[in-house]
Write a protein that binds this ligand. Sequence first.
Ligand SMILES: Nc1ncnc2c1ncn2[C@@H]1O[C@H](COP(=O)(O)OP(=O)(O)OP(=O)(O)O)[C@@H](O)[C@H]1O
Length: 240
Amino acid sequence: MLSLRAVNQYYGNQHTLWDVDLDLTPGVCTSVIGLPGMGKTTLVNCITGYLPVESGSMIWQEAGGPPRDLLTLQAEHRSAVGIGYVPQDRRIFSQLSVEENLHVAMLAASEPGSTMSRDIYDLFPELYGLRQVRGAQLSDDNQQQLAMARALITRPRLLILDEPTRGLGQAFIHKLGNLIVRLNQDFGMTILLAEQHLSFIRRVADRFCLLHRGRNVAEGEITQLDEPMLAHWMSPESVR
Ligand SMILES: Nc1ncnc2c1ncn2[C@@H]1O[C@H](COP(=O)(O)OP(=O)(O)OP(=O)(O)O)[C@@H](O)[C@H]1O
């Protein structure tokens, strides 16, 4: 579905991503893991188009469709090809109600004639009772649900989540895990999850890609993410 080859990114003259290769397979949940500052957010922002890439390629291809060079598309056009994004800071409109936030997302998706679907409230039943409540008045858990609902209302084929568990309690994290598994297994959605919460990653992801100082140093099935690998790349000593 999405193939990255030799992606390099710089912040000014700071070389941040180094020759990153990554393949996302349809229907598979892949987690980009790594300690803080290793480049997870930078990588997802390069895929969504919010950050420019210095060199490399990103090819998007769906079954039966032609390959498309994502790097030629602006961020808003990448969402139109089927990429939904839930950023770490959620970016919901705090002065708009839940329903207005969802309407804005639908308008931005530029699907002429599409109407607000009740399906989204089937996935997020708590939001139904909060339709008229402004974003700023929602709890953190409900803001996260709204950010996900906003990304899902455009029916993406690839959903990208950047540290969705950050700052949230265990009960909500459990519920979030159930939702991600459901989207992946029941709806066949391809998911890219930037995370560092290991038990959550093990529960929801099929595959991992481990970033260390902006390089993809290991990848594979989630069952291959074993203790020696974690000790080597994800312990405090590994940043020295
Ligand atoms: N806007 C920016 N300008 C300059 N450097 C940045 C910027 N954003 C991130 N960086 C740097 O790029 C590197 C990778 O950061 P990034 O946020 O991608 O890591 P991360 O793995 O997502 O970390 P975290 O888990 O803390 O979100 C870090 O050294 C960070 O300080």
